[in-house]
Design a protein around this ligand. Structure first.
Ligand SMILES: NC(=O)c1ccc[n+]([C@@H]2O[C@H](COP(=O)([O-])OP(=O)(O)OC[C@H]3O[C@@H](n4cnc5c(N)ncnc54)[C@H](OP(=O)(O)O)[C@@H]3O)[C@@H](O)[C@H]2O)c1
Length: 326
């Protein structure tokens, strides 16, 4: 499987990393409906068998559950996998959601709790999940620098940061990576973040490349209507009308391009994200082994110029249709 170096670090990441938000299951504000932990463990182990060498998780995914399941799945296989987790979203016993906190003492406690849940001695990449509260970014980032100093964290990264927020963090401690959303439906980072990261030796690990299952060729109106009560996608604009129909029309355009290569739309969506050299790796979510078996194949697929041009046409058509909807 292809690898790329994460910014200026010495971490070589496979171009597909496993995302474990959905594995946190349901029962909280940003849950994905029912999820069987045994199946999650099998999915994670399958990802490692396929050669994927890194996993992205967060304490908030299932309010501790995702990290615990990851910890169970990697038992005995720690040397095969790099672990990325996050901080800055905390909750109290009995809560169904989290709030933002970047105070140094809070981050120190969070790191200890993540190490325990994951049953590991060191976090390979520790990321500030969201840049909130904005006024505490410097304090939170300083706390991550301290954790690196203490040897509990190898590299610090950030997620959902703007360029001006990256610029505030950089003088305190080098930012190893940015974790932004990036998919055919969300291209904002092409303007400022990607060029900034490339110039400043910051790796980019792009999240939701399939737009939470929408760009797979297997999501349709029936599936949208049948989402579990506690699946956050019921509230997502992309997964609801009027956008849903426009997005599904795009997927119809993508299908022949994927099929012409003997590939799936899910693979196409990931390969499209990886066409940008600034992107180190795509974080690909999966909740069943078969899903990652299919999407891991995208790691080595380099899109041809003509396929890229056809995709751009399809995306321009989607923009026109969205304009008409408004
Ligand atoms: N830093 C942040 O703020 C942030 C935010 C979002 C995500 N992330 C990270 O990025 C990761 C990936 O993003 P994501 O999980 O939102 O979205 P994604 O990777 O775009 O989509 C993952 C979802 O697509 C469906 N799927 C996966 N493989 C499939 C296949 N082969 N065929 C059909 N459906 C398939 C699954 O859901 P169903 O089977 O239920 O449809 C799966 O949970 C997350 O797990 C998390 O680690 C980070």
């Amino acid at each position: 499987m292809r690898t790329r170096r994460l910014g200026d670090t010495d971490l070589e990441l496979t171009t597909v990393g496993l995302g474990t938000w959905a594995i946190g299951g349901g029962g909280w504000d940003y849950g994905w409906g029912p999820q069987d932990d045994k199946r999650s463990v099998a999915t994670i182990r399958r990802a490692l068998d396929l050669g994927i060498n890194w996993i992205d998780t967060a304490p908030v995914y299932g309010l501790g559950r995702s990290e615990q399941v990851v910890g169970r799945a990697i038992k005995g296989r720690r040397d095969e996998v790099l672990i990325a987790t996050k901080c800055g979203q905390v909750w109290h016993e009995g809560d169904t959601g989290a709030h933002s906190r970047l105070k140094a003492d809070s981050i120190q406690r969070e790191a200890e709790a993540s190490l325990r849940r994951l049953s590991i001695d060191v976090i390979d990449l520790y990321q500030i999940h969201w840049p909130y509260p904005d006024e505490d970014i410097e304090e939170g980032w300083g706390a991550i620098a301290d954790l690196v100093e203490e040897g509990k964290v190898r590299y610090g990264g950030v997620s959902n940061f703007s360029v001006s927020q990256l610029e505030r963090a950089q003088p305190i401690h080098p930012v190893a990576s940015l974790q932004p959303p990036y998919s055919m439906l969300r291209r904002d980072i092409e303007g400022e973040q990607l060029p900034y990261c490339a110039t400043n030796g910051i790796g980019v690990v792009a999240y939701s490349p399939m737009e939470a299952g929408l760009l797979t060729g297997k999501f349709d109106k029936e599936r949208a209507a049948g989402l579990a009560e506690d699946d956050w996608r019921r509230r997502s604009d992309q997964h609801r009308e009027p956008r849903l129909s426009v997005n599904l029309a795009l997927v119809d355009k993508l299908k022949p391009i994927a099929e012409g290569n003997g590939r799936s739309v899910a693979e196409l969506a990931i390969a499209w994200v990886l066409r940008r050299p600034e992107v180190t790796s795509a974080i690909v979510g999966a909740r069943r082994p078969e899903q990652i078996e299919e999407t891991a194949r995208a790691a080595d697929w380099v899109l041809s110029e003509s396929d890229r041009a056809e995709i751009e046409d399809a995306l321009a058509e989607r923009e026109r249709r969205l304009g008409q909807e408004q």
